[in-house]
Write a protein that binds this ligand. Structure first.
Ligand SMILES: *Cc1c(COP(=O)(O)O)cnc(C)c1O
Length: 488
């Protein structure tokens, strides 16, 4: 075959000779990008529409060379990239990819299997099952939990709440639905005031409606108050509601507070209510023996979600969902289609446990990452992030111009500027909003914010695989410098 022939052919795929050539170039491109990532502003300085406007209105009639595609990645796409892999990306819950994760994604696309049923790719199903067992071991979770990998925590929690509803099998919601049934009691879902809005989205999606969520107050450390949950359940039952599911959070989105699973679990067991635990970000910390307290009482829960794509250096997306009651989950979602019927009774068909039929080979990422870094390598990185966050928190505590706004159990610190001469809350909110804007507009650091008791609070999340002590020290200096500029 002529190596110089262009890719433009009327039939068939890109020649593998080209795949090789550009594949090597592209891996080099990614390596160079990661080497030089600190030269990019972590946040792009562009306005809405700018990227769309430089892209052509129509797809090309004839194929184009790969060179021109790569050139456009450089010129048109990179300027609009928010660099999540950047060491100074410390906003939200950071999510960084790693070399082994990137390579696993490449292999996954190369193989392009569909992990919907065992027989549609035995390796994908069985590697997924094995990886779930590995995760259970490294996080020290009960062996009787069954697992599946979904795309995101939002999807995982939606499946948890669907299973909780299916557990109330006498309501026959799978067959009859919830619409137009006056005999159906109103169902209730409980979460704390600090729970992630994916729970609200789940109840919208599943047809419970937002009014079915009852938000339980939190204590001064932003943890659900179990006594208030108990009272709410009692009151609801007296008023004809049927409690369906309690969602507890380990590592809430604003402050990373940890609900008391043990106490909440006891209430749920007594009341026979499904307990779902959302540990999307913080669950990964359980890889450290000294952090396993976060899951005390987890054996009382019915389901649990942890996102390796948040703090375990796994490219988006990969969400681990575990449940003690896979039979209930299966009852909620399985249907049989003749053209897909498998012959193997002993094999798992993951399509029976969720709304997706087609499923990506995500477990390759888990396998590559756990093997390449080893449990110890992962522990070292996560332990270091927690240490850096504690150091940052101490710096805030010792600095009279700043104030810490929540405990720091993991690698996120909530703080605000609070110079001693300013006492007005509105003024403080305005100052902190400006401070955050001024920090982020430098392109040198990206932080995010939250509101706690109506106070504007800045969050720093130290969980990137390329984030080291020097980055955190630079962040401190920049934060202090930007505050001084505002106070001058
Ligand atoms: C990030 C997060 C979610 C949502 O995760 P996705 O995977 O983006 O859907 C849900 N709950 C908590 C506690 C989170 O931190």
């Amino acid at each position: 075959m002529n190596e110089n022939k262009p890719a433009i052919k009327s039939l068939g795929d890109m020649p593998t000779s080209e795949l090789k050539k550009y594949g090597h170039q592209f891996v080099d491109w990614i390596a160079a990008y990661l080497d030089e990532i600190e030269n990019y502003p972590v946040l792009p300085n562009i306005k809405p529409g700018e990227i769309k406007n430089i892209l052509p209105e129509n797809p090309p009639e004839k194929g184009e060379s790969f060179e021109s595609i790569i050139a456009d990645v450089n010129d048109k796409i990179l300027p609009g990239i928010t660099h999540w892999n950047h060491p100074d990306f410390m906003a939200y819950f950071n999510s960084t990819s790693s070399g082994p994760g990137i390579l696993a994604e490449l292999l996954s696309a190369g193989l392009n299997v569909n992990a919907m049923a065992w027989h549609t790719c035995p390796s994908a199903t069985e590697l997924e099952e094995k990886m779930i067992n590995w995760y259970k071991k490294i996080f020290n979770l009960p062996q009787n939990f069954w697992g599946i990998i979904y795309d995101t925590a939002s999807t995982s929690s939606m499946h948890a709440i669907a299973a909780a509803r299916e557990q109330l099998s006498h309501l026959k919601i799978r067959e009859k639905g919830m619409i137009g049934r006056s005999e159906l009691p109103r169902l209730r879902i409980y979460s704390s005031e600090q729970a992630h809005f994916s729970i609200d989205k789940s109840v919208i999606t599943l047809g419970f409606g937002l009014e079915s969520i009852r938000k339980i107050p939190v204590d001064e450390k932003f943890r659900m108050i179990p006594g208030k949950l108990k009272e709410a359940i009692k009151e609801d039952k007296q008023n004809g509601y049927l409690p369906c599911c309690v969602v507890a959070t380990v590592g809430t989105t604003s402050t990373t507070s940890v609900d008391n699973i043990d106490e909440i679990g006891t209430i749920c067991s007594e009341e026979n209510i499904w307990l779902h635990v959302d540990a999307a970000y913080a669950g990964t910390a359980a890889i450290l023996p000294e952090m396993q307290w976060i899951f005390k009482g987890i054996e009382k829960s019915d389901s649990l979600v942890i996102n390796p794509h948040k703090w375990m250096f796994t490219p988006i997306d990969l969400s681990l969902f575990l449940t003690k009651k896979p039979d209930v989950l299966k009852r909620a979602f399985s249907l049989s289609a003749e053209y897909l019927a498998g012959e193997n009774e002993d094999a798992t068909d993951f399509m029976d446990y969720g709304i997706q039929l087609g499923r990506r080979f995500r477990s390759l990422k888990s396998w590559f990452i756990m093997r390449y870094f080893g449990v110890e390598g992962l522990q070292n990185r996560i332990r270091e992030h927690i240490r850096l966050a504690k150091e940052f928190a101490e710096w805030i505590d010792e600095n009279p111009k700043f104030e810490r706004m929540a405990p720091t159990p993991f690698s996120v610190v909530c703080f605000r500027a609070h110079p001693q001469n300013i006492t007005d809350e509105d003024e403080l909110n305005e100052l902190n909003q400006k401070l955050l804007d001024n920090i982020n507009s430098t392109g040198k650091l990206f932080l995010s914010h939250t509101k706690l008791n109506n106070k504007f609070v800045i969050r720093i999340a130290i969980s990137g695989i390329r984030t080291f002590e020097q980055n955190v020290n630079d962040a401190r200096n920049l934060i202090e410098q930007k505050l001084n500029e505002l106070l001058d």
